[in-house]
Design a protein around this ligand. Structure first.
Ligand SMILES: C[S@@+](CC[C@H](N)C(=O)[O-])C[C@H]1O[C@@H](n2cnc3c(N)ncnc32)[C@H](O)[C@@H]1O
Length: 335
């Protein structure tokens, strides 16, 4: 193409090239899940966020995940936006102030609190669905030695987790059952039972940072499995996104824009959400009863407010955390 000044203008401009690359990234099959045999980059990112907030100077905001720093791949810090300053011990720089990181800190604290409550209420099994580099099975070993932990994740993630545990703890603990499963294609009940899961016992299910990465069918069947194949009083905590985030309504969820593009670019796009306001109906149709459904403001008030009453940082608008219990009678309206 010729311009008025007579110069040749390239048919493929730089911005078009970037746009084309983005479209190709979003449309290739590998972009619709963690690719088989690959490691989850989002699992790394949330572990890094936990590690940083476990060093927070204010005890009220700090989380208890003292193992997270040992479980993050050291090379992660080279390409992450979060940069710990190992020399001064002040492990945060300004770039940690991404709203998702505050959310992850609040989520860790909330799910830890619910786990302790579940154990006090008699849960004897904990199933961690999409465990990534979660350290709860090891951190809570002393406080709940008789609780049996199961960790489910993709086969490559389980192998990498074991390798990192062997380095961090000296050996792979024998008190955790590792269950390699792809939620999108495999049957959780069969694989869990083979690993020793007992559906007649009270169980606490942790499903942290996973639902929005997997298919609607996989979310549906997992909740139905929990509702029908665990003892009355068992419960699940999981986080989810409002459907608007998945549909790209970034006017309503402005801080989800960059995050959505980043996870898609890294091959783990957000694909599942629940329509805003429908979450209680959604879980009750799958046989569960809502105990709590926390929104960003609730999380800020409970977990992100400093000792002096000021807000440590804003919680990402794109996430909600649901805690739901297996009732003695199935709620009416179960599909
Ligand atoms: C954001 S990470 C969260 C990890 C962990 N729950 C945490 O909070 O640290 C998402 C996890 O879901 C796992 N995951 C994603 N798709 C999965 C699938 N189809 N089957 C099993 N696990 C899956 C990933 O491997 C990864 O460990």
């Amino acid at each position: 193409m010729q311009t008025e000044s007579g110069h040749q203008r390239p048919i493929v401009t730089f911005s078009r090239l970037i746009g084309l690359l983005l479209v190709l990234t979003l449309c290739t099959p590998a972009a619709w899940a963690v690719e088989s045999g690959m490691l989850s980059i989002t699992a790394e990112g949330v572990t890094a966020a936990r590690a940083i907030f476990a060093q927070h100077p204010d005890q009220k905001v700090r989380n208890d995940d003292y193992l997270a720093m040992k479980l993050v791949a050291p090379e992660y810090w080279h390409y992450s936006l979060m940069k710990p300053d190992f020399e001064t011990g002040m492990l945060v720089t300004r770039t940690y102030r991404i709203t998702t990181n505050f959310y992850v800190n609040a989520r860790t604290k909330h799910m830890d609190a619910l786990l302790m409550q579940a154990a006090e209420n008699g849960a004897v099994q904990v199933v961690n669905l999409g465990a990534g580099y979660d350290s709860r099975a090891y951190r809570f070993r002393e406080t709940m030695p008789t609780v049996r932990f199961f960790e489910i994740d993709l086969p490559a993630m389980i192998e990498e987790k074991k390798r990192r545990l062997a380095e961090a703890l000296g050996k792979v603990p024998d008190y955790v059952a590792y269950v390699p499963i792809d939620f999108n294609i495999q049957n959780i009940p069969d694989e869990l039972r083979k690993a020793g899961y007992d559906p007649s016992r009270k169980t606490f299910f942790i499903w942290e940072g996973v639902t929005y990465y997997i298919s609607a069918e996989a979310v549906d069947s997992t909740l139905r499995f929990i509702a029908t194949q665990s003892a009355t009083g068992s419960s699940v905590v999981f986080d989810y996104m409002p459907l608007g985030v998945i549909q790209g309504d970034f006017k309503r969820y402005p801080d989800a824009r960059a995050l959505s593009f980043w996870v898609a670019y890294r091959g783990e796009p957000f694909v599942f959400g629940i329509p805003e306001g429908d979450s209680a109906t959604y879980v009750s149709k799958r046989g569960l009863k809502v105990m709590s459904d926390l929104h960003p403001k609730d999380l800020e008030n409970r977990y992100l407010t400093r000792s002096d009453g000021t807000l440590d940082g804003p919680c990402c608008s794109a996430f909600r955390i649901m805690h739901a219990v297996v009732p003695s009678m199935h709620p009416s309206g179960v599909d």
